[in-house]
Design a protein around this ligand. Structure first.
Ligand code: SF4
Length: 84
């Protein structure tokens, strides 16, 4: 069974998170310390089949921390400001 990377919302059958590639990797890479590199997490996201769903979820829920859908919190903020 794949670990639930987002324990606040229970996984449902058919949930995109079942295919989350990050669930099979080191979760700490997705929450780098200030000044830390985001490259390893983004490289994993680039190969993830549910990156679009993940990014949409993060934007919808205003996720403030971590790499979601291959974008950092700063990149997501910029995207929201730009209306995307
Ligand atoms: S896009 Fe990245 S953060 Fe989102 S589910 Fe895939 S690997 Fe995880």
């Amino acid at each position: 069974m794949i670990a639930d990377p987002w324990p606040l919302a229970p996984l449902q059958p058919g949930d995109w998170r079942w295919d989350a590639l990050c669930a099979e990797t080191d979760p700490e890479a997705f929450f780098p310390l200030k000044g830390g590199t985001t490259a390893p997490a983004k490289a994993i996201c680039a190969r993830c089949t549910v990156a679009a769903e993940c990014l949409a979820y993060a934007l919808l829920h205003d996720e403030r921390f971590g790499i979601w859908g291959g974008l950092s919190e700063r990149q997501r903020r910029r995207m929201k400001r730009a209306g995307g």
